[in-house]
Design a protein around this ligand. Sequence first.
Ligand code: C5P
Length: 431
Amino acid sequence: MSLSGKKIILGVSGSIAAYKAALIVRGLVKAGAEVKVLMTKAATDFISPLTLATLSKHAVTTSVHDGESWNNHVALGLWADAMLVAPATATTLGKMANGICDSAIVAVYLSARCPVFFAPAMDLDMWAHPATKRNVDLLKSYGNHLIDVGTGELASGLSGAGRLAEPEDIIELLSAFMARTQDAEQGMKGARDESPFGPPTSPSLRAAGAKKMAEREQDLANQTILITAGPTYEDLDPVRYLGNRSTGRMGIALAEAAAARGAKVDLVLGPTELTTEQDGITVHNVRSAREMHAVSVLKWRTANAAILAAAVADYRPSRTEAGKIKKKDGPLTVKLVRNPDIAAELGQEKKPHQRLVGFALETENGVENARGKLKKKNFDFIVLNSPNDKGAAFGHATNKIQLVTGNKVTDFELKPKAAVAHDILDALVGL
Ligand code: C5P
């Protein structure tokens, strides 16, 4: 992870996650970057400018002018190799998206010619609001790079999507982007394809990226794709269940990417707060492995391909109690029985024209175990990820995968899940 010699502007806006700006500054400096910090007034209520000035070894700018002198935001915008706004609040996103220039962050953002990254942080309902979504889409449409939110506990006590991406993930993504842009500028082969944020920003590369996007555009037209995603919940009684920490984000990203490339998608989605309303996707909400199995088997009959990204519970309680299980003295024994293996069943019924892609989450002997599954479940290839990799697998906005076939392993670097989805679909189209 190197940002050696890179000049980075960090914009910090007023979210409770602003305290994490200290970790971001420290991580950036540790990776070799020179960092200058801008803060909104609200951010200074959450973390002291002195902290960030000390860590960045530069004075912190909190307004375009301080009554006596004017801070040259244009010069700062031109100085930077990259600008990162983290945490980006709903307010700051809205102001950046609409050019409302009443803070040093927005003034510098509007003057900056470098790549701009924004990492939002807010409560789940604010994040889900159409106004926020529109502002995020606007910012992306201007060529800025979203570092997607994470899922988990929020300051409000609620749990869901809206957490600031982990500081290490943010720094990792920025480093990967800068390394790739540098390679691309030096004309190194493969640099375009591997950019963690899709097409890089120099004009010639942007044109090449746009060409690739256009070719990709409708390469799944007339294809029906079944995607399973999310966890399954296996009920013990009316209020308790056995589940897992899958959020469904990777599967939803796959569904959205496939639909964007022209596919008709059936998304069989386990219980999660995330969903999608994108055209071309029919969402089938299910709860248990058996429900997921029933819908998947039905949809597989008419599908050209299936991508099985769900974290299906291997076992369920042998019975679901009708009433709440009462506590008694001593231990409670619950008998678990095997759930249907959806993947194995689809693999068995696979017709010559159908393609089947599985996922594997392995903590050890990843490739070897993945190859075992590939054969057993009749997958065409398997997407392997390891929870040991930083920023990968459950709950993260990013993922780091290997694609495993019978005789080949292809490594990919850490990327936002939307970019990972396109890599997987590229491999599927390649079949
Ligand atoms: O055997 P394992 O659970 O590791 O296999 C993972 C792959 O199989 C994933 O693609 C997962 O979605 C799928 N699977 C399934 N039904 C199960 C268990 C796993 O479709 N009951």
